[in-house]
Structures are given as structure tokens and as C-alpha cells.
Design a binder for this molecule. Structure first.
Ligand code: IFM
Length: 478
């Protein structure tokens, strides 16, 4: 609808005149559209991926084994729902040039990706794998050549197995191992990468890997969870300081998974369960870093984490990040259940609440607005970026087309809520879709497809989905 048509229709509505058939629907749709320019010219737009989920080449050119290689190969792949693994994934290791060219064609200005620790330090520490370093240099160089800004995450869950053999994140020595690894990243890539993130979603990899054992390294236990939690929290500052010191003009952040929490009822026990869930899912990894300590008042179980604190940890855990990345997909509705350890709560089944994605996550666009507001309330945070948001739906490739209307609608609805937060003064300065292309979705295998680009994992043929075309048109407006 042109602006003129829009105004005419508005006039008809205002005067109460009858509308020609279909015009009202068109009018409502047009007035509902969001535009890139609504967010301002400095707003950063991108897509996100992670090393293990896309690279493949799991044992090529000197790469060491990671905990995800080990986990997916264990017991004939039975750890993964579909018995698949990331050995080949999207074969990005060999196809990065075409993929980055495709990003440029789709008008994507920034690409967030992670470095595989065991590709550059096969044993976790010590011996450097130059071929691994060279690979990331080529990727970064290609991004610059295509006019795409690289945003690099140091750790997106693929710890070297050699370090896991010594306890991984449960061993306090990891503070030194991580310092060595991040220093190597900063020295190798710091001249050409200015946007850095230390971690991707601590709760997901510590909870998934060291508490419930659904993710690598597959450990089930409380002690491992509390220990790993403290070492990961401490490592924010370790990594942050290294990047600040070694990357000239670096912009240093870290990212968190977060979801707004509601209580299923006004009953005191449910309300308390919601508070505990909030402390657990949203607050426990960020608040110590901001100098607020672990939220033990609202989640008493976290006193166990304090057992692993040493003198001066409370001081050394604090780091003044330039930005925080928030990653939101859904919300949590908590209900009291006393027998559940740590939390005394369960999540109300999302299907009872409304539309769900293929991950069985509720589609809840207002959630991103709520978490942005919640994180903006921390006065210590200077800037926020949405470093991941997106959805998996059962896509079908037909006649070279994926008509994924649900995903496009999802992105539009979430973006409207990002804009709402921004217009209300939240300092959110960018948005990255998860994910650029379909990839290995951890314990779920390749079934859930999150990409803007469809990947045929047999042929590695990429097809831009209709949501990708929508994003690309949206980005074309300067
Ligand atoms: O695929 C993951 C990603 O690795 C971390 N954030 C959530 C995504 C979807 O589950």
C-alpha cells in the first residue's frame, strides 16, 4: 500500500465511510509493518551461528577432540535424539566462502560466530594448531571482504576433551586454561575483530552439561553444577580482562539466555517458585559479574556455590563489560513442586499456554520486551544487544522454496517488541537472528531447523527460505 492509499484509507475509517472489501485487512497489515529505519541507522543487524553447530571437519587439519565430538560419538550416538553428530554439520569449514557471500547477498551486515577452542589449541593448552588459526583468519578476512562485521564468541560450548579429562569447568585450574585460550584468540584475531563475546549462555552449558547431563560432557550431579557455575562465573572476568588488555579499541561483551518468568497462580508457593526460577534462569550468572553476588536470598540453594569461593573471588568475579547480549526465545511459567531440587518448581507445559515451536517452546513475543526491560534495570549495564532470537518450525523444501510464514511472523512480532523497548528508552543497539542457516541443534540433532537459509544436510545445498528473503528485504532499506 502506498502512503497515499494509506492516508485515504485512514480518512475513510475516520469518517466512518464504508470500506471496499479487503481494504481494512490491507490497511491493518500495512500499519503493522516494521522497517529497519524505525530502529535508527546505527542499530546493528546480523545473524548468529556457532562453531560446533556448523563447521564439521571435526578431526581435520590438526583439530583436537571437543566434548561435543566425544559426547555425540559416545554409545553409538545414543546421547542425541536422532543419533546424529556434528562431524560434518554444515561443512562450513570447507564452504565458508560461499556462505559468507550468501550473507552479503542477503544484505546481512554482521555475522556472529564462535571459535572452536580445540581447533586452535588441540590439547586445550600449550601446542598451537596454526592451521586452525589460519582457518579463522580466512573466515574473518572473507567477512571483511564482503563488508560484514565479524562478532566473535570465544566459548560456545565446545570445550577441548583433553581439559574435560581433567574435570573441565569443575576444575579451578580452568581459570588459567581459559586465560591462555582467550589470550591466543585476542593475539591472533584482535587486529581484525573488534566485537567480542566471552561466553554464550552459561546457564545452558553448565545446566545442560554439568547438572542434568543432556548436553556435553553429559554429567548429572549437583556438586559438578555448583563447582562449574563458580568457575564459569569467575571466567567472565578472566576472559573480559584479557580481551580488554589485548584488543585495541575492542568492544567486549558476553551473552545470557533469558526468559521472562510468570507464576501459574497468585498462590504464595507458586509466586515463590517463580522468583526462584527467575534467580536460576536469569540472574545467577550475571549478578556476581555485576558485583551483586549470587542471588542466594531468592535462591537459597546457591549457598552451595559459595563453598567454592576463595578469598578475593567476590572482588575478582566483577567485570565491567561494554555490552551484554541477551538471547530470548520463549517464556517460563513456573508452578510449585517441592520435590524438584534447587528450584522447587516445574515449567507449565508450553502447549497448554499457546502456539509452540518445534522445540516445544511457547511463542511469546512480548517476552523479549520484558527481558530487555528487566536487564535494562541493572544500572551497571551500558548497552544491550539481542545476540540471538529465532524459531524452529517444520520447514518443507518444495520447488526450491521454503514458505516458512510462521518464522517470518515470529521475527516480525519479536522485532516489534524490541522496538517497543527501544522506544521506551532501553539501550538496545542490535539484533541477531538465530540462525543464519539450519544446523546441528545439540541434543535434538538436525531436526529442528532454525535457519533463514535451508540446508539439505545430504547435499549441503543451501536455499534461502522466505523468512530469509523477508529479512534480506527488510535489511535492504537503509
Ligand atoms: O542452537 C542454540 C544455540 O547454540 C544457543 N542458543 C539457543 C539456540 C537454539 O536452541
Amino acid at each position: 500500500m502506498t502512503r497515499e492509499e494509506w492516508l485515504k484509507t485512514a480518512a475513510v475509517i475516520a469518517t466512518g465511510a464504508a470500506l471496499p472489501k479487503g481494504v481494512l485487512a490491507q490497511f491493518l497489515a500495512a500499519s503493522d509493518e516494521i522497517k529497519r529505519s524505525d530502529f535508527g541507522k546505527d542499530f546493528v543487524w546480523g545473524t548468529a551461528t556457532a562453531s560446533y553447530q556448523i563447521e564439521g571437519a571435526w578431526n581435520e587439519d590438526g583439530k583436537g577432540e571437543s566434548i561435543w565430538d566425544n559426547f555425540t560419538h559416545r554409545k553409538g550416538g545414543r546421547k542425541i535424539k536422532t543419533r546424529e553428530n556434528g562431524d560434518t554439520a554444515c561443512d562450513f569449514y570447507h564452504r565458508y566462502e560461499g556462505d559468507i557471500e550468501m550473507m552479503r547477498k542477503m544484505n546481512i551486515p554482521a555475522s556472529r560466530f564462535s571459535i572452536s577452542w580445540s581447533r586452535i589449541l588441540p590439547d586445550g593448552t600449550g601446542r598451537v594448531n596454526q592451521k586452525g588459526i589460519d582457518f579463522y583468519k580466512r573466515v574473518i578476512e572473507k567477512c571483511h571482504k564482503e563488508g560484514i562485521e565479524p562478532w566473535v564468541t570465544c566459548y560456545h560450548w565446545d570445550l577441548p576433551q583433553a581439559l574435560q579429562n581433567k574435570g573441565g569447568w569443575t576444575n579451578r585450574d580452568i581459570l588459567g586454561w581459559f586465560e591462555e585460550y582467550v589470550s591466543l584468540c585476542a593475539k591472533s584475531f584482535g587486529d581484525s575483530v573488534k566485537k567480542w563475546m566471552v561466553f554464550n549462555e552459561p546457564m545452558a552449558f553448565v545446566g545442560g552439561g554439568y547438572l542434568i547431563g543432556l548436553h556435553a560432557p553429559g554429567i548429572f550431579g549437583f556438586k559438578s553444577f555448583y563447582k562449574a557455575t563458580h568457575h564459569v562465573t569467575m571466567s567472565h572476568a578472566v576472559g573480559g580482562k584479557v580481551l580488554k588488555n589485548l584488543v585495541k579499541d575492542g568492544d567486549i561483551g558476553t551473552t545470557y539466555s533469558c526468559s521472562p518468568i510468570d507464576s501459574v497462580s497468585h498462590n504464595a508457593l507458586d509466586m515463590r517458585a517463580a522468583k526462584q526460577a527467575d534467580a536460576f534462569l536469569n540472574r545467577m550468572y550475571i549478578e556476581p559479574v555485576l558485583g551483586m553476588g549470587y542471588p542466594t536470598k531468592d535462591l537459597p540453594a546457591l549457598r552451595h556455590v559459595e563453598k567454592y569461593m576463595k578469598a578475593d573471588d567476590e572482588k575478582n568475579i566483577v567485570f565491567d563489560f561494554d555490552f551484554i547480549g541477551i538471547q530470548n526465545y520463549t517464556r517460563t511459567v513456573a508452578q510449585y513442586l517441592g520435590i524438584v531440587p534447587i528450584l522447587n518448581a516445574i515449567n507449565v507445559p508450553p502447549k497448554k499456554l499457546g502456539q509452540v515451536t518445534e522445540m516445544n517452546w511457547e511463542v511469546y513475543p512480548e517476552g523479549i520486551y520484558r527481558v530487555l526491560k528487566q536487564f535494562a534495570d541493572y544500572k551497571q549495564i551500558k548497552r544491550l544487544y539481542v545476540t540471538e532470537n529465532g524459531a524452529a518450525f517444520p520447514d518443507v523444501l518444495e520447488n526450491n522454496t521454503v514458505n516458512d510464514t510462521q518464522r517470518t511472523q515470529f521475527l516480525k512480532d519479536y522485532l516489534k517488541n524490541v522496538l517497543k523497548a527501544k522506544n521506551e528508552g532501553v539501550n538496545v543497539e542490535g539484533y541477531f537472528v538465530w540462525s543464519f542457516m539450519d544446523n546441528f541443534e545439540w541434543a535434538e540433532g538436525y531436526k529442528p531447523r532454525f535457519g533463514l537459509v535451508y540446508n539439505d544436510f545430504k547435499t549441503q545445498q543451501r536455499t534461502i527460505k522466505n523468512s530469509g528473503k523477508w529479512y534480506s528485504n527488510f535489511l535492504a532499506e537503509k
